[in-house]
Write a protein that binds this ligand. Sequence first.
Ligand code: SF4
Length: 164
Amino acid sequence: MITVTGTLVWYYHICPRETWLIAHQIVADQDDSNVEYGRFLQEHVYEREKKELTIGHLKVDVMKSREGQLIIGEVKKSSASQESARMQLLFYLYELKQMGIEAEGELLFPEERRKQRVVLDEAGIREVEILKEKVVDIVSKQLPPPPMKIKWCRNCAYRELCWA
Ligand code: SF4
């Protein structure tokens, strides 16, 4: 049985091949500077309000309460992959709703000093359900999709694997 996680949802929008590689625990280059930077941001930015939340298969960067409303935040390096980040957050809101927890989302782009509100409405629920089906479909295949040259390859930790 395949468990769809926020990480897989995020990568599906970046590169379906990468989603498969991660799901099958093919280890990427851990010394890659982008991997390092992402980790740095996770650990140091918004430290004051950061409370990492783990519920089952969900790991959420920021959780806080504003006027009685639970806010789930997701910290991202840049808004270049904003659609991935939005879907990941929608996925978290969807999964929490399945557990009976109502929350709103906030995408945080610290370098750009920007936030974006994300709300799970009926259209969002449908989007998440379709996306979950797509992720399960790709991950359950025996082999990954072939590499495709996309703008993300340049900074991808799997680039040696795909293009060496
Ligand atoms: S190098 Fe390119 S094709 Fe390969 S996993 Fe990364 S983004 Fe996908």
